[in-house]
Ligand binder design. Structure first.
Ligand code: S3P
Length: 172
């Protein structure tokens, strides 16, 4: 059984996933990196050149592949991966453990304001207020999907190490 991490951009999926994988002696896969390596393009380039719809099709295509990966792995998905097409159904039907890493919106926007340039969906939010408004609405829409995860972990200002420990203790 693999462990699949879901959550909004900036929730720390990759950092927590790497720590969790090390603790469990599992492989770690960042799905954004997996997709970028397969396509030999960065996500920013894919969005710029081909557009978001094309990117979502790629996500759907590689999702099926990544979920079948061996050996046992911790997989951190992109923030939007569970929220398009039948992706959440595919994730649930794969039978892997699913973990929603939930972060308060204030904490997300503070982190994302600094890191928005790397994220095509946020790069054009040019004031903290606009970013905050966008993230609140977006997170509200996406929560429907994230909440279908089998386990929800509230970060609540805790370190990635503490969150990884909680996930491990709740899964095993
Ligand atoms: C996206 C999140 C990103 C990346 C892409 C789109 C989204 O991943 O897949 O920029 O729609 O939320 P991270 O959650 O790892 O930033």
């Amino acid at each position: 059984m693999n462990i699949v991490l879901l959550g909004y951009m900036g929730s720390g999926k990759s950092t927590i996933g790497q720590i969790l994988a090390r603790k469990l002696n599992y492989n770690f896969i960042d799905f954004d990196d997996f997709l970028q390596e397969r396509e030999k393009m960065t996500i920013r380039e894919i969005f710029n050149v081909k557009g978001e719809i094309y990117f979502r099709k790629l996500e759907n295509k590689y999702l099926k592949e990544v979920l079948e990966i061996q050996p046992t792995s911790v997989i951190s998905l992109g923030g939007g991966t569970p929220c398009y097409g039948n992706n959440m159904e595919i994730i649930k039907q794969s039978g892997h453990a699913t973990v929603y890493i939930k972060v308060a919106v204030e904490e997300l926007t503070a982190r994302l304001w600094k890191a928005r340039a790397e994220r095509p969906l946020l790069a054009h939010q040019d004031t903290p207020e606009k970013l905050d408004e966008f993230v609140r609405k977006h997170l509200f829409e996406r929560s429907f999907y994230y909440n279908q995860a089998s386990i929800k972990v509230l970060v609540d200002g805790r370190s990635a190490l503490k969150v990884a420990q909680e996930i491990k203790s709740r899964l095993f």
